[in-house]
Design a protein around this ligand. Structure first.
Ligand SMILES: [Zn+2]
Length: 151
């Protein structure tokens, strides 16, 4: 951090020498969260103490912005795999109902679904993860798994 500040001071000094205008902008804090050093901007729009911190911050912002999306996508895929597996088990065992505990064992995330529809017959919500969806069987802790070909 100290290194960057020293470098910046050096750059500012050389810049001032080169310039005709000797305008000095008021000091501001570097926007990189773990830096926040006070620096004297070389130009009006300068928001970071040095180019590296501007690049770092933009990269960090991009990564954290994408992270929830990537995590969400992974969870959708995970949920779908769980439902696909349990759906196949239902067919094999000739049953339609899956106990809630089975979903828990497979670490199914009930808060993540790609969309929600209403079963016109039962009037209960179906929570989908792409091709597979779960519907709670009223007044029980069991679920029905639905499959749809088209999304
Ligand atoms: Zn900085």
């Amino acid at each position: 951090m100290r290194k960057a500040t020293a470098k910046n001071t050096f750059q500012s000094t050389t810049e001032v020498k080169k310039r005709v205008s000797h305008r000095i902008y008021p000091q501001r804090r570097c926007l990189k969260p773990d830096c926040q050093v006070l620096f004297t901007p070389r130009y009006k729009q300068q928001t970071h103490c040095c180019d590296q911190h501007r690049i770092d911050r933009n990269n960090d912002a991009r990564t954290t912005k994408d992270l929830p999306g990537k995590m969400l996508e992974k969870t959708f895929q995970h949920n779908q795999r769980v439902l696909k597996k349990l759906y196949a088990a239902c067919i094999r065992l000739n049953t339609t109902s899956i106990p809630y505990d089975y979903l828990s064992i497979e670490e199914y995330n009930h808060e993540c679904f790609t969309n929600r529809t209403i079963n016109e017959v039962t009037r209960v919500h179906v929570y989908w993860c792409y091709h597979y969806g779960i519907e709670r069987i009223k007044d029980t802790r069991n679920f029905i798994i639905h499959y749809r070909e088209n999304l």
